[in-house]
Design a protein around this ligand. Structure first.
Ligand SMILES: Nc1ncnc2c1ncn2[C@@H]1O[C@H](COP(=O)(O)OP(=O)(O)OP(=O)(O)O)[C@@H](O)[C@H]1O
Length: 473
C-alpha cells in the first residue's frame, strides 16, 4: 500500500526537494512550513512517517516540541529529524524523545531513502508484532466438520476478499467474533488493524467518543476513535443492537458519506474502514420494537451470515471437545486426557445454551478438576465425572417428548413415535454406529436393525443420525 509522508520544514526549497525525491519513489507527500499546519495535517492526513526539521522559523512550536506532541498522539508513527550544522546535539537528544533517526543537511537522496525505508519497515514490524500479540490466544478458524460449518466457512471465503459489510448473527458464544476475525484474516486488509468495539459493555454516553474520537484542544492531544484506528482495516461492531439509537443515526451518516467529525472537532475526517457487525438478537424484532434503525440494518446487512448454535450441529462436538482438551493441556502444561465413549455421548445430547464458549469452559474445567485414578492423570474423562446437567442431556429429551405430543395419540402410535425418536437420539449419540447404539440400548444388533426398519428409520437417517435428530429440535 502507498505510504503517506508528512514533511515539516520552514524552507520551501527543502520541502520541494524532499517532495521530489519521495514522490519519484512512489510515496505520496504533504508539506507544512510551521507547527499549526503540521499538527492539522498530522491529525487528518494520518501519515505513515514524518520528516521533521528541528529548527522551524515563524512557528509556535519548534521541531522537538512537535516531536513530543506527535509521539504522544501516535507513538507508532516513525519520525525522522532533519538537522543543520548548529543543531546536531539537539538531533541526538531527539532520539531520547522517540525520534527514529536524524539526517543532516545537506543530505544525499540515497541515504535519505534508505532511512525512510528502514523506518517504515520497522514500524510495519512493530504493528505486526502488536497484532500477533493481540491474536495470540484468539481463535482464528471455525472448527467443525458438520455440513453447516463447512457451508459457513465457504460463505466466509467468498465474502472475505470483497469489501462488503457483513452482519454475522447467531446465539451467544457460537463463534460470531471468530467468524468476523476470519473474514478480516482472509481479506485484502489482513495486514491492517482489526479493531473491536464491544457495544454490549460500553456505557451509553461513551459511544460517540469511542467511535469518533475527541479533537485535542488547548495543548491536549487528539484521541482517535475506533473508526480512525481501524483506517484501512476492519471495524467489528460487536453486539450492534446494544448501540443507543442516537449513535445509530450518527454511524449511518458516517457510513454513508465515509467521513465524520471528532467530538469537539470542526472539520471532516476520512476513514477507509470495512465494518462487520455481530448480533445475538433478532434485528428485525428490534426494528419493529423501534430499538434499531432500519436504515442502519440495511447498511450493515449487505451480506448476512448466520453462525449455527452448537445444538444444531452435535456431530461437531467430539472433535471440538478433544480440540479444547488438547489446547488447554498444551497451554496449562497439564497431561492430555481423552473422553470416554459415554462421556462423548452425554456431551452430544446436551443442549449447550452457552454454545462453544460453554463447551470450551467445561473442557478446561474437566481437564483441571476431573478426578483421576492414575498417578499421572491420563485416564479418560468418564460421563459420571461430568456435571449432572450435562450428563442427563435432559433438555433435548424433554423437548423431543413435548414436541411429539404423544398424549394426544393412541397408545400404539405414541409408542412408535417415542421409540423412533428415542432411537434417533441414541443413534445420534453414537454417530450412527449401530453396534454401539445396540449395546447402549441393550438390544441385539440384528434386533435393532429390524426395529429401525419397522419404524421406518431409513439408512440415510441412520447415517445422518446426528443431523436428522438436531433438525427435529
Ligand atoms: N468453531 C469454533 N472453533 C473453535 N473455537 C470456537 C469456535 N467458535 C467459537 N469458538 C470459541 O468459543 C468462544 C466464543 O466464541 P465467540 O466469542 O466468537 O462467540 P460469539 O458468538 O461472538 O459470542 P458473544 O455473542 O457472547 O460475544 C471463543 O473462545 C472462541 O474462541
Amino acid at each position: 500500500m502507498e505510504h503517506e509522508i508528512l514533511i515539516v520544514d520552514d524552507e520551501p526549497d527543502i520541502r520541494f526537494l524532499l517532495e521530489g525525491i519521495l514522490e519519484d519513489e512512489g510515496y505520496s507527500t504533504q508539506s507544512a512550513a510551521q507547527s499549526d499546519e503540521a499538527i492539522a495535517l498530522f491529525r487528518d492526513y494520518r501519515p505513515s512517517l514524518v520528516i521533521l526539521d528541528i529548527w522551524l522559523q515563524n512557528s509556535k512550536l519548534d521541531g522537538i516540541e512537535l516531536l513530543k506532541l506527535f509521539k504522544e498522539e501516535e507513538p507508532n508513527v516513525p519520525i525522522l529529524m532533519i538537522s543543520g550544522h548548529g543543531t546536531i546535539e539537539t538531533a541526538v537528544s531527539s532520539l531520547h524523545e522517540g525520534a527514529y533517526d536524524f539526517i543532516e543537511k545537506p543530505f544525499q537522496s540515497d541515504r535519505l531513502l534508505v532511512i525512510v525505508q528502514r523506518a517504515l519497515e520497522a514500524a510495519r514490524l512493530k504493528q505486526e508484532n502488536a497484532e500477533l500479540r493481540l491474536r495470540a490466544g484468539a481463535q482464528m478458524t471455525l472448527m467443525g466438520n458438520s455440513g453447516l460449518m463447512a457451508a459457513l466457512r465457504q460463505q466466509i471465503s467468498r465474502v472475505a476478499p470483497t469489501n462488503s459489510r457483513v452482519l454475522v448473527s447467531g446465539p451467544a458464544g457460537a463463534g460470531k467474533e471468530v467468524a468476523a476475525r476470519m473474514i478480516h484474516a482472509q481479506s485484502k486488509r489482513s495486514d491492517e488493524p482489526f479493531v473491536v468495539l464491544n457495544c454490549a459493555t460500553l456505557a451509553p454516553d461513551h459511544f460517540e467518543e469511542e467511535l469518533f474520537g475527541v479533537e485535542g484542544k488547548e495543548g491536549q492531544p487528539t484521541r482517535r476513535g475506533v473508526l480512525e484506528r481501524a483506517h484501512r482495516g476492519t471495524l467489528l461492531l460487536d453486539e450492534v443492537a446494544d448501540m443507543p439509537l442516537e449513535t445509530q443515526g450518527k454511524i449511518v451518516r458516517a457510513l454513508q458519506i465515509r467521513t465524520f467529525e471528532r467530538l469537539g472537532g470542526t472539520h471532516s475526517v476520512k476513514a477507509d474502514v470495512r465494518v462487520i457487525a455481530t448480533t445475538s438478537r433478532d434485528l428485525q424484532e428490534e426494528i419493529e420494537a423501534r430499538r434499531f434503525r432500519e436504515d442502519l440494518y440495511y447498511r450493515l446487512a449487505v451480506v448476512p451470515l448466520k453462525v449455527p448454535s452448537l445444538a444444531e450441529r452435535p456431530e461437531d462436538i467430539p472433535a471440538l471437545a478433544r480440540y479444547f482438551l488438547e489446547s488447554c493441556a498444551e497451554s496449562s502444561g497439564l497431561p492430555k486426557r481423552e473422553l470416554s465413549v459415554d462421556a462423548l455421548a452425554s456431551l452430544q445430547t446436551y443442549e449447550w445454551p452457552g454454545n462453544i464458549r460453554e463447551l470450551r469452559n467445561l473442557m478446561e474445567r474437566m481437564l483441571i478438576m476431573a478426578p483421576s485414578g492414575s498417578a499421572n492423570h491420563t485416564d479418560p474423562i468418564r460421563a459420571d465425572m461430568l456435571p449432572e446437567m450435562v450428563r442427563k442431556g435432559a433438555p433435548s429429551m424433554t423437548r423431543l417428548n413435548a414436541e411429539a405430543d404423544v398424549m394426544s395419540l393412541p397408545l400404539r402410535e405414541a409408542r412408535d413415535k417415542f421409540e423412533t425418536q428415542y432411537l434417533q437420539v441414541q443413534l445420534m449419540r453414537f454417530g450412527g454406529n449401530i453396534s454401539r447404539t445396540a449395546n447402549f440400548v441393550c438390544m441385539e444388533r440384528s434386533a435393532l436393525h429390524r426395529k429401525l426398519k419397522q419404524l421406518g428409520v431409513t439408512q440415510e437417517e441412520r447415517n445422518n443420525g446426528a443431523q436428522s435428530a438436531s433438525a427435529e429440535r
